[in-house]
Ligand binder design. Structure first.
Ligand code: UT7
Length: 337
């Protein structure tokens, strides 16, 4: 049996409510020009109070399964840091709502690097013969964890979900994921952190109403580490899979800030025009950002079968990861709300 993971389906979604820079500007003492020039973002989508991460995950997964032409899957991995509940994991509920039967389903929490880690976990399950077809989802709703007064975080994050279907296949096939590079540095966990709500620091322990479950982020430091780690991880991966910079048709990087993506491209000596940019319309959607960017580029025809795609991601943890993919001949619909 062949044991290389091959991408056969992709889908994504964002919630309907558009929050443009103008809307945030009045409240946060910022302006459209600052946000656009410092981040590249013009708008993001925020979920309404009745929408949970699992809801976006179900919609993205339905689209990915349709794109794969249907069929069963025998494992579901959901990358999210904003699950529906602290316990249980969101993935089994998503699997049940999708009617996938009693399959293995679990969450992984690797912040913005989650989708690449979930792909790597799926690759491991396929290589070990544990699963033949795996549904991988990256979904996050960070809008509920943003301090409404913190312009550092509020301007960059958006909500969304993206999903991919992988099957066991051959390394030479279009769609093959041929290599991964993963890493982390927990000594720097404070750079992006939700302090409360876990076992170390309970949310609102004294019942004062002052919960500390907002995301805190040291943006400038994160920026520097993101450039360094994504650049280094991508270079390691290219070496591992035997691609030179000129072999890379597209960089699908984590969509946190256009300046980070362009600097990583410069470090790798890949033309900036080869970097997929989707954050202008959806912001930083955390674990969903890479599948959302891929879906956007596949739907408008930029990604062609056989294109070599370098995925690279970075987020809280700190955690980072890269993956090499040859684009498959799949039908993908545009990102719809
Ligand atoms: O998803 C993975 C984790 N997150 C990231 O990868 C995010 C990485 N970081 C970033 O994208 C950027 O650091 C930010 C967009 C968060 C901030 O941009 P920056 O260019 O690094 O700004 P800064 O923090 O260096 O601040 C520069 C100035 C400061 O003013 P002073 O001290 O120079 O007077 C800030 O107070 O810009 C000010 N500032 C703002 N001004 C208007 C910071 N945020 C804003 C804002 N609007 N939203």
């Amino acid at each position: 049996m062949s044991l290389t993971p091959v991408l056969i389906g992709l889908g994504a979604t964002v919630p309907p409510r558009v929050v443009d820079n103008e809307e945030l500007s009045q409240r946060l003492g910022t302006d459209d020009h600052w946000i656009r020039t410092r981040t590249g973002i013009t708008q993001r989508h925020w979920a309404g109070p009745k929408t949970a991460t699992g809801d976006l995950a179900v919609t993205a997964a339905q689209r990915a399964l349709r794109s794969a032409g249907g069929g069963r899957v025998d494992m579901l991995i959901l990358a999210t840091s904003t699950p529906d509940h602290p316990m249980p994991a969101t993935a089994p509920d998503v699997a049940a709502r999708l009617g996938l039967g009693p399959i293995a389903a679990f969450d992984i929490s690797v912040a913005c690097a989650g989708f690449v880690y979930a792909l790597a976990s799926a690759a491991g399950a396929i290589a070990a013969g544990i699963a033949e077809r795996v549904l991988v989802i990256g979904a996050d709703i960070w809008s509920t964890r943003l301090n409404p007064q913190d312009r550092n975080t509020a301007v960059i994050f958006g909500d969304g979900a993206g999903a991919a279907v992988l099957r066991a296949g051959e390394p030479g096939e279009p769609g093959a994921l041929t290599g991964f590079d993963l890493g982390g540095d927990g000594a720097l966990k404070d750079l992006a952190l939700v302090p409360g709500g876990g076992s170390r620091q309970r949310s609102d322990p004294d019942g004062t109403g002052e919960a500390d479950d907002y995301l805190t982020m040291r943006g400038k430091e994160i920026f520097t580490h993101a450039v360094h780690r994504m650049g280094e991880s991508s270079a390691q991966l290219l070496k591992k899979v035997g691609w030179s910079a000129s072999d890379v048709d597209w960089v699908a990087g984590h969509q946190a800030n256009v300046r980070i993506l362009h600097t990583v491209a410069d470090l790798l000596e890949v033309d900036r025009a080869r970097v997929l940019i989707h954050l202008d319309r959806v912001g930083n959607t955390s674990a969903a950002s890479i599948p959302l960017a891929l879906t956007d580029a596949a739907a408008d025809g930029r990604l062609a079968s056989g294109d070599r795609v370098l995925m690279t991601s970075f987020g809280g943890g700190l955690s980072w990861g890269s993956a090499a993919l040859t684009w498959p001949p799949i039908q993908v619909s545009e990102v719809l709300v």
